[in-house]
Design a protein around this ligand. Structure first.
Ligand code: VGL
Ligand code: ZN
Length: 201
């Protein structure tokens, strides 16, 4: 593939795979396909969810509130998650089967205690940038293919931001798996379609 294309592999980390703290069903099954896809792209980017132990998206930081319940943050509604992807822990490491050598950039996100970051482009306030847009633009990369975990959270938020920023965005659903919380999968699929994200298998 050409220089203007990149494969963005979202959060294929131990905590999002079976046995992990925020396991996504079949999260590990997508890894062989993702590894094979890497051969087709001149640029491979990995994202890594990377939270401090006291991250405000953790239900453990909100006494009395259960994991998967909703709370209000200064920047809007936020799902409260089980503690996951804590910086430096085994859960935050990439799954051992994921090929990491082809990656030219590893982008960490969610490292500020007070704000979550589903998207690879912006934190959940939708304004604080991660720097990925600048990286892609300065390299002349315009077409993005997204795969990874979870389809209805970090993959969807990233693809939606990509489309909003004017990138040509594509999601390979067969190389993703979803959390599917209260209809989030259907809602995010519709949102991506409406935004012009190409949904392929
Ligand atoms: C994710 C929930 C919390 C994801 C990350 O990678 O989709 N979901 N943190
Ligand atoms: Zn997270």
């Amino acid at each position: 593939m050409q220089d203007q294309e990149a494969l963005i592999v979202v959060d294929v980390q131990n905590d999002f795979c079976p046995g992990g703290a925020l396991a996504v069903a079949e999260g590990d099954l997508i890894i062989p396909r993702i590894n094979a896809l890497m051969d087709d792209f001149a640029t491979v980017i990995l994202t890594q969810d990377w939270h401090p132990a006291d991250h405000r998206s953790f239900a453990s930081q909100h006494p009395g509130q259960a994991p998967f319940s909703m709370t209000q943050m200064p920047y809007g509604p936020q799902v409260l998650w089980p503690d996951h992807c804590v910086q430096g822990t085994a859960g935050a490491a990439f799954h051992p089967d994921l090929q990491t050598e082809p990656a030219q950039l590893v982008l960490r996100k969610g490292f500020r205690a007070g704000i979550d970051s589903y998207s690879a482009f912006f934190e959940n306030d939708k304004t604080t940038p991660t720097g990925l847009e600048g990286y892609l633009r300065t390299r002349g990369i315009q077409r993005l293919t997204f795969v990874g975990l979870a389809l209805d959270f970090c993959v969807a938020y990233s693809a939606l931001d990509a489309a909003r920023l004017g990138f040509q965005a594509r999601v390979l659903e067969g190389a993703c798996r979803a959390i599917d919380l209260d209809g989030s999968l259907d809602a995010q699929r519709s949102a991506m379609q409406a935004a012009g994200v190409a949904m392929e298998n």
